[in-house]
Design a protein around this ligand. Structure first.
Ligand code: ADP
Ligand code: F6P
Length: 469
């Protein structure tokens, strides 16, 4: 296989801390394969929209990072507006939070065209291009329009809702046609994949050719589910390293008389943080024995602060944490420790390992890597318990977790109570099964199975015309 070229909106130096599943997973993949990673620098330029943006190169170990700044106006329409004001809420089933402002889609298209124009001269003939996530759905079609001949795959890191929800997006047909311009499209879960198949059958009269192949828009397309994983070995090595050990020791000392519960998320409305706090409050109210004996540490890193729904969730969470501590706290015990920041990646495993229970309770999530990191960091002899939302993509794989409906406050509180009281033997058995699953389907398996299939699409010689949007 030729050089791997990864394209995503957010990129980060694979050797540094990043909050967000995409950056973490791609960092792992590229660190071992090497290649080129192209995307947005995270910086804004005060230049008119339409200005060609210079590429900055940066060697990060085996990975060459190539980034461009974005004109402020394009950032507003493409990132804040269309990606995070339309696609993020709708694809997470939150039509109520979508802002279908007409001008956003133009900005979205403009930035995809800018990405295509800037990336094209950096490509080599035998490159394999792998595009990631909802910011860049039309990129393959834009590259094809400029004559790009290389194989192009796409992976969606977030959920794909059922056809009737997707169809609420003005221009949904254009968007899905963009998806159909790839050689291979990957989804996180079987459910997401099935929603896509149902959509293209119903709305685009796609013909099922079997084995994940479709005849649609007069070309052959491959689609499938590729649940993303973590690098289990690397994460376990991180757990044994001095920084994580030190974190573990500190937490054990600080909370020697208490059981720790942990939540680690980007501060996003899809993560179900207020619902989690209400379930924890219900636990304290219903089971007085948990007062003074259980502490919830919630780390929520700042995310997308230019989008108003994110400011609302911040205020709601702060007010809930304050009222729980005000109502239940003692002079020597606070039920919730809430921190609005990112924790250094090297210390995270220590925090996970010191915790008896992890609360991973999103209202909707593509996969959720925190669930897998928590499992990897546990001591197999005395492991903690994972309380996992049935609406996270990870729930399709992690059947031995305690699965909950995060909208059900009572039910979630009961599951947390069960987790706190779970006998050692049951904890061990569940953990053993979960660890085997995340090992079998780790990030390298994810990457290899996707790229292997992408290479096969080439061998099959689809020989079909490129789609024009
Ligand atoms: P998403 O991609 O929606 O943010 P995931 O759970 O799939 O959700 O991935 C989150 C990644 O970012 C994980 O690797 C996790 O360790 C990291 N992360 C999330 N929140 C924080 C935080 N507050 N501090 C440090 N790392 C974080
Ligand atoms: O994993 C989902 C995701 O949306 C990624 O695409 C993204 O990089 C990450 O969460 C963090 O969000 P953002 O890039 O908007 O800061």
């Amino acid at each position: 296989m030729g050089r791997l070229v990864v394209v995503s909106n957010r990129i980060s130096d694979p050797r540094k801390t990043a909050a967000g599943g995409l950056a973490v997973a791609l960092g792992e993949v590229l660190n071992s394969s090497g290649g080129l990673w192209f995307g947005w620098s995270g910086k804004l330029a005060e230049v008119p929209t339409g200005t060609e943006m210079p590429v900055e190169f940066h060697q990060a170990g085996p990975v060459k990072l190539a980034t461009i700044d974005l004109p402020r106006e394009d950032y507003e329409a493409y990132y804040v507006g269309y990606s995070n004001g339309v696609l993020w809420p709708v694809l997470h089933y939150r039509l109520d939070l979508a802002d279908f402002e007409a001008g956003y889609i133009e900005g979205y298209r403009r930035v995809n065209q800018l990405f295509a124009r800037t990336l094209l001269p950096l490509l080599r003939p035998d490159d394999v291009i792998w595009v990631h996530d909802y910011h860049l759905i039309p990129l393959a079609a834009e590259l094809r329009a400029l004559g790009c001949q290389q194989r192009i795959g796409f992976f969606l890191h977030i959920p794909l809702p059922p056809p009737l929800i997707l169809a609420a997006i003005p221009g949904h047909d254009w968007l899905v046609k963009g998806l159909c311009s790839y050689d291979l499209v990957g989804f996180q879960s079987k459910a997401d994949h099935e929603h896509f198949c149902r959509y293209i059958e119903a709305e685009a009269h796609a013909q099922d050719l079997g084995e994940g192949r479709w005849r649609v828009f007069n070309r052959t397309l491959h689609a499938g589910a590729f649940p993303i994983g973590i690098d289990v070995n690397e994460f376990q090595a991180l757990t044994d390293a001095p920084e994580a050990r030190e974190m573990y020791e500190r937490m054990r000392q600080e909370y020697s008389r208490r059981k720790l519960l942990v939540g680690v998320d980007r501060l996003d409305y899809s993560k179900g943080l207020p619902q989690r706090m209400r379930a924890f409050r219900q636990l304290l109210a219903k089971y007085p024995d948990t007062r003074n004996s259980a502490t919830l540490i919630q780390i929520a890193s700042p995310s997308r602060e230019d989008v108003s729904a994110y400011t609302d969730i911040l205020h709601e969470l702060e007010s809930l944490c304050g009222s729980i501590n005000g109502n239940y706290g003692e002079l020597d015990w606070m039920p919730v420790r809430y921190m609005h920041r990112t924790v250094a990646r090297a210390r995270l495993p220590g925090l996970y390992r010191a915790s008896r229970v992890a609360l991973v309770t999103p209202l909707r999530d593509g996969m959720n890597l925190v669930a897998k990191e928590f499992i990897a960091a546990q001591d197999p002899e005395d492991p903690g318990v994972l309380v996992l939302s049935r609406f996270a993509g990870a729930a399709e794989q992690l059947k031995e977790a305690l699965l909950v409906n995060p909208y059900d406050t009572e039910g979630t509180a009961e599951a947390i109570h069960l987790a706190l009281l779970m006998p050692l033997e049951e904890r061990r058995q569940r953990h053993q099964a979960l660890l085997a699953t995340i090992r079998r389907t780790d990030v390298h398996w994810w990457c290899d199975s996707f790229l292997h299939l992408l290479a096969q699409t080439e061998a099959e010689e689809t020989g079909t015309p490129w789609l024009r949007l």
